[in-house]
Design a protein around this ligand. Sequence first.
Ligand code: ADP
Length: 654
Amino acid sequence: MGLHTASRLDRLAIGGEAKALKAGQLNIGPRLMLGLAVIIFSMLAADAVVLWQFHLVRAQAKRLHGIDQKLIAVLRLHTSLTTFHDQMEDLADSQDIGGLVTEGEGLRTAVLEDSRRAMSAFSLATSDFQRDPTILPILHAVQSALPAQLDAITTLAKAGDWQAVRQRLSNQVTAMQSVTLALVERVDHEVGEEQAQTVRKIERVQRLVFLVVPLTALFTLLIAGTFGLGVTRSITQPLARLVEGSKALARGDFQHTVPVTGRDELAELGRVFNDTARRLQDLYATLRRSEAYLAEAQRLTHTGSWAWNLRTGELYWSQEVHRIYGLDPQIKPSWPWFFDQVHPEDRARVEQQARMESIEKDWVVSEIEFRAVLSDGTVKHVHAISYRVTDDSGETAEVIGTIVDVTQRKRAEAERERLRQLEAGLAHTNRVSMMGEFAASLAHDIKQPIAAAVTDARTSLRWLQRNPPEIEEAREAVSRVVNGVNRAAEIINHLRSLYKKGAPTERELVDVNEVAWEMLTLLRSEANRHSISMHTELAADLPKTKADRVQLQQVFMNLMLNGIEAMKDTGGELTIHSEATEHEQLLISIKDTGVGLPTEQLDKIFSAFFTTKSQGTGMGLSISRTIIESHGGRLWASANAGKGATFRFTLPTS
Ligand code: ADP
């Protein structure tokens, strides 16, 4: 029962404490203080229980002592009464009246003293012991009877009746002796009982002490242990969670949150930790976003970045640099590797620049363009910029820079150059082709001064054939001849300058679709300028034709430019179509959605010098028809069902 109650109490105490600790409601300091107070209190309680048990034992011992005192008092009374009787008897036997009176008085005093002691011992006795109510009256009787007896004995002795003295001694005093003896026996009996009872009580207390002391010790230990465990857990568990969180953070797992309960320091720490982790996560996300934007920007602009820390020797290359060089992102590049990649023809220049950067102390930005030969043999054009970062003392701390892949730009430049040359070539051809048409009109111009020169020469001859010859008239005629011939020579020179580039190229197998694409590329910006979209409907696997490529370009350009000019105010669509016909011919059409053909003068548009434009020459269609016909084809125009016109031409397949 006792054990059961203790364990229940224990459970209750532990439960309450654990609850307070578990919730982490108290700060760690007060929690430890509370626990310490609980331990001290339970130890004090245990001590109090033990002390109480000792007090019980002591009370029993004291009681035993009191009982012994009573027994001793009664024994002493009996002994002094016996002594009184024996000595008085001896004095009676010797009939010593003087001795009897003097000694009798002393003995009486001793007996009375002992009886008083006994009475006071019994009157102080505890109520549970004083079970026999006759004891005190007996003592009282002895005390009051003895003086009377002594007086009577003394009187008898003085009267010389020693017989009566002896008789009184044996009757009265002996009777008193037997009363005190009986009292002694009774007290002894009661003392014996009391002693036995007290021993039993002490034994019980002893047993109780044996039970209570270990129990209270166990109880205290249990409370201390439970408390210690509770406090330790309430500290170690959140600590372990914090450590786990820190490890997750170190791994870069910013999603990890520490579970928080209560309001103690560790809970506060947990909250701060979670808050910090959240902020870090936001920062990390922003960083990742910026990094992604930067990487995307680098990818789009083909710009890689690099940084070289001169103190640590650490070299950083962005992903884009790896991509430009076609390098595995896991591989760490190095300067020797970098110089190895430089094109042999550019290496000396790049190395010289690097030497300058390492020797010169006052450069800030330097840039260089060179070619890099990749491991697969691809050649890339690279534009590198270096920027020197100095520390407070002006020493170079770091060099940072960019590497831009300018290969596409270089290709575009080369392409532009090619197109420019093509344009120049076409312009030249244009002039040459136009010469065919101009020749007729120019012949007239040449014919006229030559005819005039011939007439003047004849006139001069006539003046010279006169007698006397008309020298002055002849000289004037001859100088007119010179002027006329000079004019003709000028016209011829002019013609020669137009042919300067030489004879037309020889005919070759030409892919007409390819020529169409070239012209589309050339005229795209012009079309864009007037909001004109250009479409192709080019037949795949179109047979080639034997033609003068440059002249074909000329035809495409004339027809496409006419289409663009017809739509320049309204915008529209220019469609280039190619197909192979059944009659081993290629049919090419150029269709626009422009102003349409001048219906009244439809038959004149292919004539030289016919134009409806203020800045027109009227030569384009005429030249184009001449070229196409010289290639064995045909060129014609028709009005569209809707808006605009379509120009078609045929060419024989090779
Ligand atoms: P130019 O373009 O210098 O006028 P062309 O010989 O190329 O000389 O053209 C002659 C004329 O034919 C043009 O002035 C124009 O009236 C007409 N023409 C040519 N192409 C078109 C077209 N696509 N749409 C409408 N009219 C055209």
